[in-house]
Design a protein around this ligand. Structure first.
Ligand code: GLU
Length: 470
């Protein structure tokens, strides 16, 4: 049974790199019919916040990356960590170290002076036949892991390939501080062990922790999971992805009007490929996804591609769903969404032309708020020669069958009768009805309005521009 986990530290928002890690862990479990576990690594009490926990849960929820077990909070597992530390002390895999931080600083300084690599010199490490110093009275010791002195730690990273580190390179890691609190690398191992994680899929900023963690797994007699370290994500410009590149928080994409399926589809292609397939559902992704098609090189963010995918998914989306999403955005802006015109009809007409839900909300808002077109637009398009045709059209509109083809016929009739070209009437109509010079086909736009509202807007006070065009 495959068991994966996502183990974020709640010190900020859920960022786009974290979401990709979560997606790959989730999809790998789904692909194999396994379990996906959510674990909140909140032992850094100074930096962890309940808001950040909320942001992670909201982000996962919005993306639909549902977990099968958890969320488990490390802060609630302290007794367990302490019990394991006790076992390791008893079995000789860990030992008390009474070195003070001043002493350790001095040790490192002297090593640097001797041009040696700074490391713990093992003064409290028990060895056969070695006499340890006498513990200072009343001192609180830290607990160190007794790392194997020689040999190598090796694993076959499922993304990076075989990796090998000499044990001589690894210090005796502190697993409990002087105040008794367990340290990060140790908690991760106990958790992955207890949660029976088979595959640790995480960012490659953790690759240096892995040999230390493997040694602790072995000391515990635990089965060592497989590891897959994902390369980082670079921004559009090739630099490490950061706030500078715009949105990095998953919920910021939500705010910015992206659909979760577009973000997921986009993230899936960051460092993973299935031939040339660019557009696919999460169901399809889980069916395809395995760790052997992940590239070890860094993935580069491409906002244009994300926008393209978002536009695609918005076009595909059901109008009822889009209307509900746009309604929330309009209400948040204080726009009162009424029964008529129909928001569903509006999103149906505009969804072909926009890239995100905020643009869709912009387009929809003009149907519910009387327009106030700017003077320049009015002067440019509401020309005196259009006035008679506009009057004819408004009169005809009282009677016409309320559907785009009939309205279109009426427009053609009105321009024909006055010898005008289409834009001469269509532009003023657009501006009077929506305040904008660019809209979808004007007959379709008019058909969305209730008849009375269209007539009201056509007789707006600004219909007769004050100043003729220059
Ligand atoms: N808590 C770590 C982080 O947020 C992840 C640890 C892990 O996946 O092993 O970077």
């Amino acid at each position: 049974m495959i068991r994966t986990r996502f183990a974020p530290s709640p010190t900020g928002f859920l960022h786009i790199g974290g979401a990709r890690t979560a997606l790959f862990s989730w999809a790998f479990a789904r692909h194999h019919g396994g379990r996906f576990i959510l674990r909140i690594e909140d032992t850094d009490v100074a930096r962890s916040t309940p808001e950040a926990v909320r942001a992670i849960l909201d982000g996962m929820d919005w993306l639909g990356l549902t977990h099968d077990e958890g969320p488990f909070y490390q802060m609630r597992r302290m007794d367990r960590y302490k019990a394991v530390i006790g076992q390791m002390l008893a079995s000789g895999h860990a030992y008390y170290c009474y070195s003070t931080s001043e002493e350790l600083d001095r040790m490192r300084e002297e090593q640097r002076d001797r041009k040696e690599k700074p490391r713990y010199d093992g003064r409290w490490r028990p060895e056969p036949g070695k006499t340890l110093p006498t513990p200072p009275a009343g001192a609180h010791p830290a607990v160190r892991f007794r790392n194997p002195a020689d040999g190598v730690v090796a694993w076959n990273d499922l993304v990076k390939g075989p990796i090998e580190i000499a044990n001589a390179e690894l210090d005796d890691l502190i697993i409990a501080r002087q105040d008794g609190t367990p340290t990060y690398n140790f908690c991760v191992v106990v958790d992955d062990w207890d949660m029976r994680i088979t595959h640790v899929i995480r960012g490659d900023d953790h690759v240096n922790n892995t040999p230390r963690q493997i040694n602790i797994f072995k000391a515990l007699g635990a089965e060592v999971p497989q590891f897959a370290h994902l390369s980082m994500i670079l921004g559009d410009d090739g630099a490490k992805l950061s706030k500078r590149h715009g949105a990095v928080s998953v919920m910021q994409y939500h705010e910015d009007g992206y659909l979760p399926e577009a973000v997921l589809n986009y993230l899936a292609r960051l460092g993973w490929a299935h031939g040339d397939d660019e557009v696919f559902s999460m169901e399809q992704f889980c069916y395809w996804f395995d760790l052997d098609h992940i590239t070890p090189s860094a993935a580069q963010f491409n906002t244009e591609k994300l926008n393209w995918l978002n536009a695609h998914y918005i076009k595909q989306a059901d109008n009822v769903r889009l209307a509900a999403l746009v309604r929330l955005r309009l209400e948040a802006r204080g726009v009162a969404v009424t029964e008529a015109p129909s928001l569903e009809a509006i999103v149906g007409l505009y969804k072909e032309r926009i890239v995100n839900l905020n643009e869709l909300a912009d387009a929809a808002a003009v149907f519910f708020v009387d327009p106030a077109p700017d003077a320049e637009l009015l002067a440019r398009h509401l020309l005196p020669e259009a006035q008679p045709a506009l009057a004819d059209f408004a009169a005809g509109l009282r009677e016409v069958a309320w559907e785009a083809p009939a309205i279109n016929a009426l427009i053609k009739h009105c321009i024909g009768a006055r010898g005008l070209k289409m834009p001469k009437l269509a532009m003023p109509l657009r501006i009077l009805l929506t305040g904008q010079a660019q809209t979808p086909s004007v007959d379709a736009v008019i058909a969305i309005f209730p008849r009375e509202l269209a007539l009201k807007r056509l007789s707006a006070p600004f219909r007769h521009p004050v100043a003729p065009p220059p």
